[in-house]
Design a protein around this ligand. Structure first.
Ligand SMILES: [Zn+2]
Length: 167
């Protein structure tokens, strides 16, 4: 049963309120700060189910020496371990930057319900910027909403790249 069917039967949790969206985006921002401390591009993500964080992740591409270690992938990985399954259809993901094609694909594969992101990524964003993967007729399509705490999410990235340039 996918989440739309569960929703139709009234057995899924209500959507997060605007206050909850901000609260969980702050959790993702906290993850992004951890990445920044490690000298990584500051991107953070959390997976939430029933108002509870079940997975966290931040970009670890440099420290982990692995192109797959994006915040969303790591948060999904942790959520699957926490929940003991790969179907995250009652879960929402919050990420500070618009997902790239790999992460948008991972969100489709994990059957994530809603995706909330902060800043747009004109270079790799695959929800609305470069392409719109969630609008294509895949077997599962998460809904997406950008612009949650957009300024704060973007400011962290700007700060990071400005510091890099000064070095
Ligand atoms: Zn990614």
């Amino acid at each position: 049963m996918d989440w739309r069917e569960r929703k139709a039967r009234g057995i899924t949790r209500p959507d997060p309120t605007p206050e909850e969206r901000e609260r969980f985006m702050r959790e993702a921002l906290t993850e992004a700060q951890l990445a920044m401390h490690d000298g990584e591009v500051p991107i953070g993500a959390v997976v939430v189910r029933d108002g509870e964080v079940v997975g966290r992740g931040h970009n670890r591409r440099e420290t982990g020496k692995n192109a797959l270690y994006h915040a969303e992938v790591l948060a999904i990985d942790e959520a699957c371990k926490t929940l003991g399954g790969w179907r995250l259809w009652e879960c929402d993901l919050y990420v500070t930057l618009e997902p790239c094609p790999m992460c948008a694909g991972a969100l489709i594969n994990a059957r994530v319900r809603h995706v909330y992101y902060g800043a747009k990524d004109e270079k790799a964003g695959s929800v609305e910027s470069v392409t719109k993967l969630f609008d294509l007729p895949y077997n599962h399509r998460p809904t997406a909403e950008g612009g949650i705490l957009e300024e704060e999410c973007g400011a962290l990235l700007t700060e990071f790249f400005e510091t890099l340039r000064k070095k």
